[in-house]
Design a binder for this molecule. Structure first.
Ligand SMILES: [Zn+2]
Length: 483
């Protein structure tokens, strides 16, 4: 090659480095991966370094642990973020719990990146003193498993690297392909046909990655009121079910979130997973909702990744997705039923009370109970409390009991699997004559201030378009019965 030619080529490379270098340097500060081919990519080694740096640099808010190992024995890193100087919220209540995982599918880098970015945003913003991040970390535990399938990640393949044919008897191809971890959960495992080409494994939780994930859910985050599992493919958010086309029992909660996200934050389509894609069984989403009772979303970032030289900062690339995550996290308090007794009276054998459901999820089979330790001395009839509405209940059989305590007993959401809570209520049980009661009501009504409240409350109640327990919606509950 002529010297001049070699010089020109050297100059071209030098210029290319000059042009590209600032982009790479900027990106490196934020995202530990690199652009490879046409997508961003972070190795397991880079992730390991990154999460350990987080824990070392931020012991006040980051706890790092390994919750198990992949098929090829790589650690599955769990990052838990909260203000560890506070055991509870500042008002003494137990902190909210949120569960997030990424990287079920090893070649879906943007989904893994979104899990990474969510954790990174709270760490950066906490250190910057951002009020939103501080409020969240003082009131919430964020449990984030960024990369569930490190073996598939490093091999740039969807499945894990369990290539034993015995583990994969349903795949017709003669060459073993590994197991699709997002078909390996114990919720209607391999009950969608055809299972091929999804390689669900030899049985539910046959794979160490899914078993570790489910063990963690059951041991540490049973109380979670949000589970988001992050993937890449089409730009969509999917709520349960994948197994059935029916809307889930808590459709009201999911539709409410959909409407608020679409109205205020992002146009991302939000749908039932079965209708949004295709029937899918044994997914972590259906397990998270159908078995754990979490409100669950699969967050699919689109597949539109990067061309060489156009590598965009991942914070900018996934900014809209992060905005949706911040909304879901900021409003965690609302993603369940939250019952508050507002009025209460006893007349002879009848107890009458009104319950305000402050949460965005409905609940059925709720009761007000009078208890002495574990003994239920009296309980109201079962009642249903629709989301964001007030319910009046009258129950008989009260027998002038003494020495106990009042509590509300109800499920956080409609789905059978959702958690039961027993919450004590400060009420003074007292009986009064009909005469006393009438006088009190007259005085109350006479107070002009009370009337607008009644009107507003009634108008609010009346204006609700979606009432999950109207007769026309009874069919909705079928999916729950099948479960
Ligand atoms: Zn996926």
């Amino acid at each position: 090659m002529p010297i001049l030619g070699r010089y020109m080529r050297g100059l071209a490379v030098f210029l290319a480095i000059l042009i590209v270098a600032p982009t790479l340097v900027t990106a490196e500060q934020n995202w530990p991966g690199e652009p490879v081919d046409n997508h961003i990519y972070m190795t397991y080694a880079a992730l390991t370094q990154e999460v350990n740096d987080w824990a070392n640099d931020n012991p006040d808010i980051v706890q790092l642990s390994s919750i198990g190992n992949s098929y090829l024995n790589r650690e599955l890193w769990m990052v838990v973020l909260s203000d560890w100087s506070m055991e509870t919220k500042s008002n003494g209540d137990v902190k909210e719990v949120i569960y997030i995982d990424g990287g079920h599918h090893g070649n879906e880098y943007l989904g893994t990146a979104l899990a990474w970015l969510t954790a990174k945003w709270y760490i950066n913003e906490w250190n910057a003193g951002n009020d939103e991040a501080v409020d969240v970390l003082q009131s919430t535990e964020l449990h984030i498993l960024i990369m569930l399938n490190p073996d598939g990640n490093d091999a740039d393949t969807r499945h894990n690297l369990n290539l034993t044919t015995a583990a994969n008897p349903f795949v017709s191809e003669p060459v073993p392909t590994g197991i699709d971890l997002n078909r390996n959960y114990d919720h209607y495992w391999d009950d969608c046909s055809p299972s091929d080409p999804f390689a669900p494994g030899s049985g539910p939780f046959s794979e160490p990655e899914t078993r570790a994930n489910a063990d963690y859910m059951n041991a540490y985050v049973q109380d979670a009121d949000l589970y988001v599992t992050m993937h890449t493919g089409v730009w969509i958010m999917l709520y349960p079910w994948g197994k059935w086309p029916d809307q889930p029992p808590d459709w009201e909660l999911f539709h409410g979130i959909r409407d608020e996200v679409n109205g205020n934050i992002s146009d991302i389509p939000i749908q039932n997973a079965n209708q949004g894609l295709y029937p899918n069984c044994g997914t972590s989403r259906d397990y998270g909702y159908g078995v754990m009772g979490f409100p669950t979303f699969t967050f699919e970032t689109d597949d539109d990744q990067f061309l060489p030289g156009t590598f965009e900062d991942v914070n900018d690339r996934l900014g809209e997705e992060l905005d949706v995550m911040r909304y879901l996290i900021n409003n965690i308090w609302y993603w369940r039923a939250r019952l508050v007794v507002e009025t209460f009276s006893i007349e002879d054998e009848e107890v009458t009370f009104t319950v305000n459901n402050m949460g965005r999820a409905s609940t059925r089979n709720a009761t007000l109970q009078y208890v002495d330790g574990d003994d239920i001395l009296w309980e109201s009839d079962n009642f249903t409390a629709n989301a964001s509405s007030i319910t009046e209940v009258t129950s008989s059989g009260w027998d002038d009991l003494q020495g106990g305590e009042w509590r509300l007993s109800y499920q956080k959401r409609v789905v059978h699997s959702s958690q039961w809570v027993n919450e004590s209520v400060e009420l003074s049980p007292y009986s009064k004559s009909l005469f006393d009661h009438s006088i009190e009501v007259l005085i109350w009504i006479a107070q002009a201030g009370a009337i607008p409240i009644i009107v507003v409350a009634f108008a609010f109640w009346w204006s609700r378009e979606e009432k999950p327990f109207d007769i026309e919606d009874e069919a909705v509950l079928e999916a729950e019965i099948i479960e």
